[in-house]
Design a protein around this ligand. Structure first.
Ligand code: C5P
Length: 218
């Protein structure tokens, strides 16, 4: 049997990344930030001035990129792109390249290989539905759009990056719509997923709720 996987999906700003990190630390498990893969691809395509809407070209690029995680740093062809993939422009670019079937196919085995012992916390949009359909536990995190935009704003500001709340709110709505309505692995509540609305919850509350769900897995 493979390593246990906790799949955490949800829209942008629902707290997936933060919760995944906390859980991984608590359990001593590995973590997969699948959004970082799409962000790296969007960045690489932008830098090479390629057409982000060209699915075949994006699929080829996805297959040749060397992406590595080193602690909390993300390395793209050995360059630390941790900050470059978190700018306000990087999210929409990631969503644009994420719609293509060749892209998702190229990244599938890479993501599945991340499931190693003692276990994996995988965060994204299709962890429970497509990448790890047999996950030990599936969680769907949600929060009101206003709260999610506020969190993103705070995150960017804390990193000393430029941020504008109305623009972020608009960008978040557009990205959610794209992620929910695309044909390939759209953002949905996976079969059997436990839905947690984090709008009024602290990080500790959410971590405790997920751990309680994990303990009740037979
Ligand atoms: O989670 P994050 O905001 O880093 O994801 C950036 C974008 O990458 C998402 O808006 C989505 O379009 C795409 N993504 C995806 N599937 C995943 C993770 C992210 O399509 N599993």
């Amino acid at each position: 049997l493979g390593a246990p996987v906790i799949a955490i999906d949800g829209p942008s700003g629902s707290g997936k990344g933060t919760i995944a990190e906390c859980l991984a630390r608590r359990l001593g498990w590995h973590v997969l930030d699948s959004g970082a893969l799409y962000r790296c691809l969007g960045l690489a395509a932008h830098r090479r001035a390629l057409d982000l809407d060209d699915g075949a070209a994006m699929g080829r690029l996805a297959a040749e990129l060397a992406i590595r995680f080193d602690g909390d740093r993300v390395l793209l062809n050995d360059e630390d792109v941790s900050d470059a993939i978190r700018t306000a422009e990087a999210g929409p670019r990631a969503s644009r390249v994420a719609v293509h079937a060749p892209v998702r196919g190229a990244l599938l085995s890479w993501q599945r290989a991340a499931a190693r012992r003692p276990g994996l916390i995988a965060d994204g949009r299709d962890m429970g539905s497509t990448v790890f359909p047999d996950a030990t536990l599936k969680i769907y995190l949600d929060a009101s759009p206003e709260e999610r935009a506020r969190r993103r704003y705070k995150q960017l500001k804390e990193k000393g990056m430029d941020a504008n709340l109305p623009a972020l709110t608009r960008e978040l709505r557009e990205r959610d719509a794209l992620d929910r309505n695309r044909e390939q692995s759209p953002l949905t509540i996976a079969d059997g997923a436990v839905v947690i609305d984090t709008t009024a919850l602290s990080i500790d509350d959410v971590v405790a709720a997920v751990l309680a769900e994990a303990r009740s897995v037979p």
